[in-house]
Write a protein that binds this ligand. Structure first.
Ligand code: C5P
Ligand code: C5P
Ligand code: C5P
Ligand code: ZN
Length: 478
């Protein structure tokens, strides 16, 4: 069968060929939705190719973590959704004969920003950025893993069913935030549709269409702010009551998935009318409609049916040290693992909403070119980036400059997360470069993508870090 992304085909084939000849493979992946789906795709492909392996997860791949993986005495390590940002350390292990690395990732390669010809690299490195494909918006870690999975297919095996998980990973990394998946991601969507595992539709862009009762769907519609409805419980209720529709069933509010096409049309038109009458700008109103991605084999009305809700369910496991639960769900466990994941999701949602509430109440500090807050121990460091991203656009939090968030990681270390917008990226913002340089200036390390990046810095260096970051952002946007 044709390779999904022709530009990556040759490198994917080389990686696959090496894996087929490997004896002891360790699969190492990242603890978020994209990392879990990457691991599930790679694990399934390895299994179908009859290549034995074991799986490990890491919150942040650093020298210590990589040394720990080397101690497992693998012959080959397959890194998914990370590895590119740690090429320097990985290359040292390779040179020492510890293991052969294979990397399926989409993060900025270490050393890339410096344009250094002597920057470290390795033979089996599958990353869209090396082939002119945008790693922040066109291919995720799960997408790179999917390309590898297609190259790993033995005779008679069709891995296109894994496209569904690849789309969950891309959506989880916010690659559809412009309204739909683009570029290489679109090719993966086509393969998933052809393989009958994905369905796309143009639909209301609000989060929670599968599982939230209608009033909650509208009240929590934070992505597009509709005056008198968003963040307004009684407003959302009276809006729905004012429609000439029967939106309850057995006394309970129905969900979006329970509505028929005509009913959906009625609600959507009324929402648009409300937005227009309250002066919401046209480009924001366009954002009320987007392409949605449904997993055809999953039950309607569950978190697993919708790529966006699925990805949140996965974050709710892996970011709370239960990557095993999320991986089991990705691999098809619809019993105990799914039950556990749903419990974790309730906690995750509460943590997100408490976190956002805290940030908006506390407010951010504005520097010349960025805004920041320090959550100390109030927000878990593994979700402080999600909270920062969701808080942008709320009262007092400016969309016109990047947001930098701190949270304590340990006594000695502080986690930093930074989020920007695509419009700032078009003006020159590259948060991966900002996080990398500002953190190294204070004795830490970091990286990521242009629009979203992170770092770890020594406790006590935050003020100095902000000063560096502010200056670098200023240079980028000037
Ligand atoms: O590790 P990694 O690549 O998986 O994480 C990407 C992070 O960047 C996610 O937390 C995602 O929410 C964030 N992101 C964002 N806005 C974008 C693209 C990514 O906040 N436009
Ligand atoms: O948690 P995750 O990073 O997957 O969230 C992705 C997006 O989904 C958020 O930016 C937010 O808009 C939406 N979301 C939400 N309510 C939740 C979780 C996520 O609206 N409880
Ligand atoms: O952790 P957070 O969600 O803020 O991460 C945003 C992006 O930055 C992710 O893609 C993550 O993998 C990357 N990152 C990194 N190095 C770090 C921390 C985060 O490359 N030290
Ligand atoms: Zn990723």
């Amino acid at each position: 069968m044709d390779a999904p992304i022709p530009d990556l085909a040759e490198r994917a084939d080389a990686c696959a060929e090496h894996l087929r000849s490997a004896d002891r493979v360790v699969l190492a992946s990242h603890i978020d939705a994209d990392g879990l789906t990457s691991a599930a795709i790679a694990a399934t492909a390895l299994e179908r190719a009859e290549i034995p392996f074991r799986t490990v997860f890491s919150k942040q791949l650093d020298a210590e973590e990589i040394a720990g993986i080397a101690e497992l005495e693998p012959d080959t390590v397959l890194f998914t959704d990370f590895g590119s940002g740690q090429l320097d350390i990985i290359a040292e292990h390779e040179a020492a004969g510890d293991f052969t690395p294979v990397i399926a990732d989409h993060h900025q390669p270490a050393g890339a920003a410096s344009d250094d010809a002597a920057a470290p690299d390795t033979e089996f490195h599958l990353n869209p950025l090396l082939f002119g494909i945008n790693g922040a918006s066109e291919l995720s870690g799960a997408g790179a893993s999917y390309v590898l999975a297609r190259a790993l297919e033995p005779e008679g095996v069709d891995n296109r069913d894994l496209a569904a998980l690849a789309v969950v990973g891309a959506v989880g990394d916010m690659q559809a935030s412009g309204g739909e998946l683009q570029g290489a991601n679109e090719r993966i969507v086509e393969e998933g549709v052809d393989a009958d595992v994905l369905e796309t539709a143009t639909d209301l862009a609000l989060y929670g269409k599968q599982t939230r009762p209608l009033p909650k769907l509208l009240e929590y519609s934070s992505d597009v702010n509709i005056p008198g409805i968003s963040n307004d419980q009684s407003g959302a209720l009276s809006f729905l009551d004012g429609l000439d529709l029967d939106l309850k069933s057995g006394g309970e509010w129905r969900r979006w998935v329970d509505l028929d096409d005509d009913e959906r049309q009625t609600v959507a038109s009324a929402l648009v009318q409300r937005a227009v009458s309250r002066g919401v700008p046209a480009d924001k109103i366009d954002g009320l409609v987007a392409t949605t991605y449904a997993l055809a084999d999953e039950s309607v009305g569950t978190e697993l049916r919708d790529a966006s809700e699925f990805s949140t369910l996965l974050n709710a496991t892996a970011r709370y040290e239960r990557a095993d639960v999320g991986l089991a769900v990705c691999l098809g466990d619809r019993g105990p693992a799914l039950d556990r994941a749903r419990q974790l999701l309730r906690d995750h949602r509460r943590n997100l909403s408490e976190g956002i509430e805290w940030v908006t109440e506390e407010g951010v500090t504005r520097e010349d070119n960025l805004q920041w807050f320090h959550a100390e121990d109030r927000i878990r460091e593994t979700i402080v980036g999600i909270v920062a991203g969701m808080a942008v656009g709320a009262d007092g939090i400016d969309r016109g400059r990047p947001i930098v968030a701190f949270a304590n990681k340990s006594e000695e270390e502080v986690k930093v997360s930074a989020r920007g917008t695509h419009s700032l990226v078009r003006q020159g913002l590259d948060l991966s470069d900002v996080m990398g340089r500002a953190s190294r200036a204070v004795g830490g390390d970091g990286g990521g993508h242009d629009v979203a990046a992170g770092a770890t810095v020594p406790a006590g260096t935050e003020a100095e870090f902000v000063e560096h970051a502010d200056e670098i952002v200023g240079d980028q946007l000037s």
